[in-house]
Design a binder for this molecule. Structure first.
Ligand code: ATP
Ligand code: HSE
Length: 327
């Protein structure tokens, strides 16, 4: 599917240097899986499935072309997430473009728990940073800036930081009391974990979509202290399992904080997480669902793969990915 739009006006902030027309950058941004079971709103993993974004500076106006996933659904105008991210990135890098030509070749499915919105934000910001670098290498955005700005688009850094940094990430946020503004600003931080070299992922992707806002709404405001302690232990263990001892992945991916509460809205997902786990495979809900993430050092057995495909799930083996990069 392809969608295209032409617009004569793009938002122009107070600016410093204008980029000449004719600069082109192409970036590849990975999908991601958030939570990984117990690490709710904290842990994330970059997956080897990529959206590609090409941005060219022009003399005026905004042209957008979207090919592939979401082409019929996303708004092809200045409210497009990638375009908003490019504008924010240019502003943060202290440059401006009089016009932009944006081509999005999308592979990451939308609203399936594979972080497509975070990938779009990261891809747009990184493309802007690379455009600025073409003018002056000192104008590019740092990884820390990319994590902060991309997390601001969504409010949660677990997907965004994975797409920026690659590998597995531990992310967190805090309120910055030193902004001088009345409302406290959120500061988003993340560190990358280098995963065990044998670690691989398999995702089981349903055709149905699920809204993150809806499944977040199913979560209780308070949880028993025992459940919190359970997840604290599993999250800490998961860092060990992901990096040095994958044999611990099954106990390390247990969760009491979000998956049981989201289960009524995700029956197929919940059934498949259980089906895989009963066979000893470390399966979790990917992000807010409905995709199932299976982690391990081997591919899932052929009988389970055909059973899942028979249930309408797309089964994809994916490597752990590096972060966003130039194509
Ligand atoms: N490549 C993209 N270009 C433009 N808009 C996008 C893109 N990817 C996602 N979006 C927007 O984000 C919405 C999906 O966001 P949502 O947070 O529900 O799901 P997700 O990001 O795919 O999964 P996750 O549960 O892992 O966050 C889409 O409906 C679309 O509006
Ligand atoms: N940590 C978030 C990820 C959503 O992308 C959630 O589970 O709601």
């Amino acid at each position: 599917m392809t969608a295209a739009h032409h617009d004569s006006s793009i938002r122009k902030p107070a600016m410093t240097e204008t980029l000449p027309s004719g600069i082109t950058v192409t970036v590849r941004v990975p999908a991601s899986s958030a939570n990984l079971g117990p690490g709710f709103d904290t842990l994330g993993l970059a997956l080897g499935m990529y959206d590609e974004i090409t941005v060219t500076t022009t003399e005026s106006g905004l042209n957008i072309e979207v090919v592939g996933e979401g082409a019929e659904d996303v708004p092809c105008n200045p409210s497009h997430l990638v375009v908003r991210a490019i504008e924010r990135g240019l502003e943060a890098a202290g440059v401006w473009a009089d016009g932009l030509d944006v081509v999005c070749r999308n592979v990451i499915p939308h609203s399936r728990g594979l972080g497509s919105s975070a990938s779009a934000a990261v891809g747009g910001l990184f493309a802007a940073s690379e455009l600025a670098r073409e003018l002056d290498p000192t104008h590019g955005l740092s990884d820390a800036q990319l994590v902060q700005l991309s997390s601001e688009f969504e409010g949660h850094p677990d997907n965004a930081a994975a797409s920026v940094l690659g590998g597995a990430v531990v992310s967190w946020s805090s309120n910055d009391e030193n902004t001088g503004e009345s409302a406290l600003a959120k500061v988003f931080r993340a560190v990358r974990l280098d995963t065990h070299p044998d670690l691989r992922a398999c995702v089981l992707v349903p055709t149905e979509r699920s809204s993150t806002a809806h499944t977040r709404g199913l979560l209780p405001h308070l949880v028993p202290h025992g459940d919190a302690a359970f997840n604290a232990s599993r999250s800490a263990l998961l860092v060990v399992a992901l990096t040095t001892n994958p044999e611990l992945l099954l106990p390390a991916t247990e969760d009491m904080l979000h998956q049981p509460h989201r289960a009524p809205a995700l029956p197929l997902t919940t059934r498949w997480v259980g089906r895989l786990r009963e066979r000893g495979i470390a399966a979790t809900v990917s992000g807010a669902g409905p995709t199932v993430l299976a982690l391990g050092t081997e591919t899932i057995p052929a009988d389970l793969r055909s059973e899942a495909e028979h249930d309408g799930l797309r089964v994809l083996d994916l490597a752990v990915s590096g972060g966003v990069h130039r194509a």
